[in-house]
Design a binder for this molecule. Structure first.
Ligand code: NCD
Length: 308
């Protein structure tokens, strides 16, 4: 049974196939409207979410299926002490596929080891967020026409930002990709990503605290929110939260074709005035995320023999 816990659970050719299915869904949505008739997605979200949960649910509805939903640990048996393993076994009796978000790193893997249906990691603590990466890759491909030969800037909370970790993992498999890692000292990319992904893949990267100086050389700028919920104390968060704010003035330093991406939610790190700039692609990313989740669920449900 195939589960998606990490973006590396998908090969480069599977990712290409998902992007091509997503583009086909965009071109002819009616062809897909009945494919999951009679099937159920369970969304088990033990951490806040708007986009990820709703896009999974919208994706399943647009495939003709239905949704069962747990939102928040407080209203589920997790509050009574039920383990993720038991929850996964139970939900396997009701649904055909699970999307799970949990504050603990590794929770989605535990769910997958215990479920008898496919499990998709919708974010496990500060670790991974593979379906956001699918949204990111689809957007990059649609905007730039390629996933190789790109200089990508990541800016903000590179320590706790799980979307950053997953996207770096994904892009490191393409040729000619290099990274500029822009963050405060305290929020630098963890060494497990540098030593485990960048160095073994021979990826060119540099670390800096200076967004303005980095902007002129970038094909893509991936902005991120400082992840308040992962800080040990509020003082550190308050000191670091506004380290970078992208404004129209700063964007003047960037090339005319640079894309600005952000997994959202935005707090303060991109000024609203940037939204009208044609280089702002973050709302397109949201829509692409729904199509990629449709494509992914189709792939997993076919693999599990639940659709023909
Ligand atoms: C991200 C997440 O949950 O990691 N949000 C999302 O799913 N689009 C980014 C974030 O919360 O900052």
């Amino acid at each position: 049974m195939k589960h998606i816990i990490d973006i590396l659970d998908l090969s480069v050719s599977e990712i290409d196939a998902l992007i091509s299915t997503a583009q086909d869904i965009i071109a002819q949505p009616k062809e897909y409207a009945e494919l999951c008739r009679g099937l159920k997605l369970a969304t088990l979200f033990f951490e806040p979410s708007t986009r990820t949960r709703l896009s999974f649910e919208a994706a399943m509805y647009e495939l003709g299926g239905n949704v069962l939903s747990v939102t928040g640990a407080a209203t589920s048996s997790a509050s009574k002490g039920e383990s993720v393993a038991d929850t996964a076994k139970v939900v396997s009796c009701y649904a055909d596929i699970i999307a799970i978000r949990h504050p603990k790193e590794g929770a989605a893997l535990v769910a997958a080891q215990n479920a008898s249906i496919p499990v998709i990691n919708a974010g496990d603590g500060g670790h991974c967020h593979p379906t956001q990466t699918l949204a990111d890759l689809c957007t990059i491909y649609r905007e730039k026409g390629r996933l190789s030969d790109l200089t990508v800037g990541f800016c903000g909370d590179l320590k706790f930002g799980r979307t950053v970790h997953s996207l770096i993992n994904a892009l490191s498999r393409y040729s000619g990709v290099s990274f500029v890692l822009i963050s405060p000292e305290e929020l630098k990319l963890p060494s497990y990503v540098k030593d485990g992904v960048l160095k073994p893949n021979g990826i060119t990267y540099r670390q800096t605290t200076d967004l303005e100086a980095a902007l002129p050389g970038l094909d893509l700028l991936y902005m991120t929110r400082v992840q308040r919920e992962r800080f040990f104390n509020e003082e550190d968060y308050l000191r670091l939260k506004d380290s970078y704010i992208l404004t129209p003035d700063k964007l003047r330093l960037a090339g005319p074709d640079m894309c600005v991406l952000h997994p959202l939610p935005r707090v303060n790190e991109i000024s609203v005035a940037v939204d009208n700039d044609p280089r702002a692609c973050y709302f397109k990313q949201v829509l692409n995320g729904k199509y990629m989740r449709m494509a992914l669920m189709l792939m997993l449900l076919k693999d599990a023999g639940r659709i023909g």
